[in-house]
Design a protein around this ligand. Structure first.
Ligand code: ADP
Ligand code: MG
Length: 149
């Protein structure tokens, strides 16, 4: 896919797999945004920028997992965005805007929770590092984020 790609949607309830309990809450995107993303991207882990709601103008780094849920016999897909920021409260039903700047790796089935968490921590480091590049940093001023009021 030709990056960067912008997607706007809303935050919906996820599968309740307890991502938050692992310290990695993921904002699940609504069905329409999912539809758009699955036509643009293959499954896997991506990184980029995210902005949430109407009052907070900040653009945060994010990592996003796009995939099929094994628990639902791979019949349910999801786009889950983990934002690299500690929010004071949940933001279900809020609007969410993301710019995907690149692909990190394919999805994997993990033998253990430790292995999964270890990979996610690496993804986060990759995202933080890559997003410092000027061309990526400039995207924080993209119309998608600034036109929001
Ligand atoms: P669900 O299965 O409903 O997606 P999660 O355990 O993945 O539950 O938690 C996701 C929710 O946590 C998001 O919808 C959002 O409201 C909230 N949240 C709080 N902090 C973050 C964050 N840094 N990144 C993503 N979501 C967050
Ligand atoms: Mg989630």
């Amino acid at each position: 896919a030709p990056y960067p790609i912008s997607v706007a949607g809303t935050v919906v309830k996820g599968f309740g797999r307890g991502s938050k309990e692992l310290g990695i809450p993921t904002a699940n995107m609504n069905e329409e945004a999912l539809e758009e993303m699955f036509t643009e991207f293959t499954t896997g882990v991506y990184y980029g920028w995210a902005q949430v709601g109407k009052t907070d103008k900040t653009v945060y780094p994010m990592v996003m997992s796009l995939g099929w849920n094994p628990y639902y016999k791979n019949e349910k897909r999801s786009a889950e965005v983990h934002i690299l920021h500690e929010f004071e409260s949940d933001f279900y039903d809020e609007s969410i805007r993301i710019i995907v700047t690149g692909y990190i790796r394919p999805e994997q089935n993990y033998p253990s929770l430790e292995a999964l968490i270890c990979d996610i921590k690496t993804d986060i480091e990759v995202a933080k590092h890559s997003l410092k590049r000027k061309a990526y940093d400039d995207l924080r001023n993209d119309e998608l984020f600034t036109k929001n009021q």
